[in-house]
Design a protein around this ligand. Sequence first.
Ligand SMILES: *[C@@H]1O[C@H](CO)[C@@H](O)[C@H](O)[C@H]1NC(C)=O
Length: 339
Amino acid sequence: MMATRGAMTVLLFSALALSWLPLRAVLERAFSLHKGHSVKDMETTFQLVRNIIPPLTTKKHKGQDGRIGIIGGCQEYTGAPYFAAISALKVGADLTHVFCTKEAAPVIKSYSPELIVHPVLDSATAVRDVETWLPRLHTLVVGPGLGRDDALLQNVKGILEKSKAKGVPLVVDADGLWLIAQQPSLIQGYPKAVLTPNYMEFSRLYEAVLRDPVDSNDHHGAVLRLSQALGNLTIVQKGERDVISDGEQVLVCSQEGSSRRCGGQGDLLSGSLGVLVHWALLAGSEKTNGLNPLLVAAFGACALTRQCNKQAFQKSGRSTTTTDMIAEVGPAFKKLFET
Ligand SMILES: *[C@@H]1O[C@H](CO)[C@@H](O)[C@H](O)[C@H]1NC(C)=O
């Protein structure tokens, strides 16, 4: 049945030289295809991602292509902020700043000489220390390896408030989302925020905000409703397929990945999204055909993460880890967006 439907779709498309959207609407009604974004649909979005990527030129100064801040890294977790920061660099950011606890800093520094690491997150002056850097940061990624220590989360609240006041775009993941679930008003209505929950984090957030369990048969509707309830900020529900919404549109990224899930994959996504968010907002909606630039950024980061997963899995199979995926960022980016 599915094969027949697919064949019919192809036939219809080749037979009718109509514009895509009305035809898609017709198809959705005729074949209830609304759950599946077709290849062609994804291809349109890929083109929009390509449009927001700044060209490499010799005229730019260091920092212009992205200075990304990461808020996270504590005694237990040092890998996540490293993965997020190095992914941002590999995607094309010029500089990354990790703001972590005093204890975590030397560990994170020892992973890589390429990161700037500030041991401030558990200090009494954390909010002020990070605030000083905010004017120089293009996006703040909040949550990788943050943990749930009360004092740290209190500081992160202050950092979120300062970032919003200064209009700094925010990507919130992991325990940053746990904080948001405790206090949704921290992010509600802030248009430059992107949340990247996995299914568990999504359910927690959904129940906190909508006071209702998630209908697991309607991912699209659930993501759309949560986005609207939070004031139309952009939400990426990571899963077998990534569902992305800004309260108005729903995009699905079903770029082929692999069946291998490793811890740290989400950090690759949040770090690369940090860069793409900056590029997308810089490019503006003229470059995205009127589509919300944050949706385009989110789609790009999801597709890239999946492609890295696929390529790493081809080489390493079951033993694939996030480090293998990060090694694929360059080639995967080139394959998806530069050819
Ligand atoms: C969010 O978007 C929906 C759909 O476009 C719109 O009806 C609603 O008013 C928007 N809400 C806010 C808070 O902007």
